[in-house]
Design a protein around this ligand. Structure first.
Ligand code: SAH
Length: 347
């Protein structure tokens, strides 16, 4: 089954225009592509046989040429405290990824993965420990949404690209995913409801800004001096804080969207008053917001923090005129830090 899938065209990764071209090549009329598109991205069927306004012969032909990728729920962890559900999904090639469904006042939000593993090597992050395996295709990012909506019966209204992987290290597939997700004739999600989180791949921040998607850029800053940041985030050796902040300012000027800075607070590493002062200096005058997250303990590392320390750091920042909040913890009873569930399953 798996080898068949690989030979066929991955239909959920195609744009409508590409699908039209493929359908014309099969000798069918262009409008058929739009019909198929709506089956895939509005009704979200998983099978060509369900496309009831197409002839049986055409449906058969379609399934010879294309495949509709799907995910298998390998594990589903539902919180007893709130409505958070963490999914471990098995991909068609046997790899695993994580997706998290969270309930907020304004609706449901989904945290999706963009790669199997990660190359970035952030010291506190579980996703990177076993290294990088491969990029996810656009369809594999998209079906995390479709499968989760189907499994949970909930309608997702916003998406955060904050699961396993570095989205800007998979730029082509991630932007393809965004284009498909927001297509007016398809799923039609406003890109203003999307946040993309990056560890700071500077040239790709410029490229993303030039696309002017209107999505929120979250930047994983986590430290305010190059020395400290390089200690915990190797990507800083390639693109330092100064270059990163300049790129953020460009993003802001191009899109008008305020930047969200992520700050995983780690006891004794980045929680001092000096760090708070440097942070306020770094982002002074910039339309931005700091999101403090007490570092999630992962079993391979000694890093710790607490909600109390996070509130203390928040007060320091607020006193310095910085717009800062402590991230609400959802699903704390099922909380395996991002990437940890996959690790436990695969090792
Ligand atoms: N690669 C992207 C997105 C995935 S990580 C990025 O680096 O932004 C999503 C967020 O979770 C990032 O801000 C990341 O730094 C943070 N994170 C990873 N491990 C964490 C941990 N153990 N505790 C708290 N935050 C963590």
């Amino acid at each position: 089954m798996t080898e068949n899938i690989q030979e066929k065209i991955d239909i959920l990764s195609l744009s409508l225009k590409e699908l039209e071209e493929s359908i014309l090549q099969l000798g069918e009329k262009r409008f058929r592509a739009k019909q198929i598109w709506q089956w895939l991205h509005v009704k979200k069927v998983r099978n060509f046989d369900e496309m009831s306004n197409l002839s049986a012969q055409f449906r058969c032909e379609l399934s010879d040429v294309f495949c509709i990728k799907s995910l298998i729920v390998a594990k589903r962890l539902a919180s007893n405290i709130d409505n958070t559900v963490k999914y471990l999904y098995k991909l068609p090639d046997g790899n695993h990824i994580e997706t998290v469904l969270m309930e907020y006042n304004h609706g449901y939000s989904l945290c999706v993965s963009t790669q199997v593993g990660c190359k970035m090597g952030c010291r506190f992050c579980a996703s990177t420990i076993a290294g990088y395996k491969r990029n996810l295709s656009a369809s594999e990012i998209l079906i995390q949404l479709y499968e989760t909506e189907r499994d949970s019966g909930k309608k997702v209204s916003s998406i955060v690209l904050m699961g396993i992987g570095e989205p800007l290290d998979n730029f082509e597939n991630v932007t393809r995913f965004l284009d498909i997700l927001s297509d007016k004739d398809g799923n039609n999600m406003s890109l203003r409801h999307i946040s993309l989180s990056t560890c700071g791949i500077v040239p790709k921040i410029y490229e993303l800004a030039d696309k002017n998607y209107g999505l929120t850029l979250s930047v994983s800053l986590h430290a305010t001096t190059d020395e400290k940041r390089s200690e915990i985030m190797p990507v800083n050796d390639k693109y330092n804080i100064n270059e990163l902040i300049t790129a953020c300012k460009y993003y802001l000027s191009k899109t008008g969207r305020r930047i969200s800075f992520e700050y995983a607070l780690i006891d004794g590493v980045n929680d001092t008053i000096e760090q708070a002062k440097l942070l306020s200096k770094l982002i002074r005058g910039m339309q931005s917001h700091v999101n403090i997250i007490p570092v999630n303990k992962i079993k391979e590392r000694e890093f710790t923090s607490s909600r109390k320390s996070a509130i203390r750091f928040q007060n320091l920042l607020t006193g310095l005129g910085v717009n800062a909040t402590v991230r609400r913890t959802l699903g704390s009873d099922i909380d395996a830090a991002c990437g940890q569930l996959r690790r436990e399953y695969e090792v």
